[in-house]
Design a protein around this ligand. Structure first.
Ligand code: FE
Length: 229
């Protein structure tokens, strides 16, 4: 038994080691584990409010990024067609050469000093969103010579809690790589695959400046936009 003066002697009958919480308490100080990305309890882009230009990936640096300038917009709805309001939409993508800014992209392609490839916005009262960006380049998947990711933009949609997170990818219409894309081709249903492809939208285009694409997202239900799990 312990003999420290502050130790409270258990009543008779409770002095066996099983009831002695002093024995069962930790003997060593707690180890503080560095927080990792998958432990994050908030969106990775930080706690700050979404700014009015956060959805303009062409305006995040002093210069203009290389590549084809595009508008990407659409509407987010639930399975009943009701608008998903005030949803945080974060996008990330490769630059026009198909290169990401992160360190793991070691492909022999140039970085664009004027392009980070990340943006965010909130859906409005009608569930609509809009980004201005560049058309990303395709990049290799390294499986074999014909294995390349089609041009795509990653989307993350976050509701009020992080438990409500929807991650998907937008592809571009007419991309010859779509047929063999190693991610899209894992979806067995052709109609579901088609829901990952944006539509050319001249109404959203800016004459002489940017081509428009519309990418509507349905969160669940029979016509759901396929999501990553
Ligand atoms: Fe990607």
């Amino acid at each position: 038994m312990y003999t420290e003066p502050w130790y409270v002697q258990l009543p008779e009958g409770f002095s066996t080691p099983e009831f002695d919480t002093k024995i069962w308490s930790p003997k060593k100080p707690l180890v503080i584990v560095e927080p990792r990305l998958f432990d994050a309890s908030a969106p990775v882009y930080g706690y700050g409010e979404v700014g009015p230009t956060d959805n303009d990936l062409l305006a995040q640096h002093d210069g203009v990024p290389m590549g084809e300038h595009i508008i990407v917009h659409g509407r987010v709805t639930d399975s009943w067609g009701r608008p998903a309001r005030n949803l945080l939409i974060e996008i990330w993508q490769a630059n026009a050469a198909g290169k990401y800014v992160h360190d793991h992209d070691n492909t022999p392609k140039p970085h664009d000093p004027h392009f980070t490839g990340a943006g965010r916005t909130l859906t409005n009262a009608d569930g609509e969103y809009r980004f201005r960006t560049i058309k990303p380049g395709a990049y290799p998947w390294w499986k074999d010579r014909e294995s390349w990711r089609a041009q795509h933009i990653h989307f993350s949609l976050t509701g009020r809690g992080l438990a409500e997170r929807y991650v998907t990818q937008m592809q571009f219409p007419g991309d010859p790589l779509l047929e063999r894309d190693p991610v899209v081709s894992t979806i067995p249903d052709a109609k579901a695959r088609a829901r990952l492809v944006a539509q050319l939208d001249w109404d959203a285009a800016i004459t002489g400046v940017a081509i428009g694409y519309r990418f509507d997202i349905v969160l669940g239900g029979f016509y759901a936009t396929p999501a990553e799990h």
